[in-house]
Design a protein around this ligand. Sequence first.
Ligand code: NI
Length: 183
Amino acid sequence: MAILKIARMGHPVLLTRAKSIADPKAAEIAVLIENMAETLEDAGGVGLAAPQVHESVRLFIYKVPGERVGTDEEEIGLTAVINPVITPLSQEVTMGWEGCLSIPGLRAAVPRYERIHLAGFDAQGEPIDKEISGFHARVVQHEADHLDGILYPMRMSDFRYFGFQEETVKYDFPLPKIELQQE
Ligand code: NI
């Protein structure tokens, strides 16, 4: 087990499309997942994608802690997703706050699909096939974007809702209630 170095915005690995993982059951993938879990625990976030630890492969880990669970969602323990495929289940998009371990100290309101279908493989190499919504769906979309070289500022629709974590939490200004329609 090892704590890995996290790439920060500006490093080209974060702008690179990551490669598919040929064998989700490979031993080196299991080691990478373990090290990413230890790194996430140390850094204190809810998600981490392999490119953030300088491994340009299609894998991320995430969790949905109890304090972030919405009304019709459940707490999710640490989960790995390999070679994810995300399909929006409706055009409904909502705004929510996001941070990123590669953009420390900042956060922003980002539009994301409210409901998605997630396919891929888990840490045991077993298929994932499920519908998710709310904060759970938001985290998965954020992490999957990392595998395509996309950081959350590239998804923003209104840069007024971009600031330092400490300041935006202190003033806690409300997010726009509008639901944007993505093309
Ligand atoms: Ni991130």
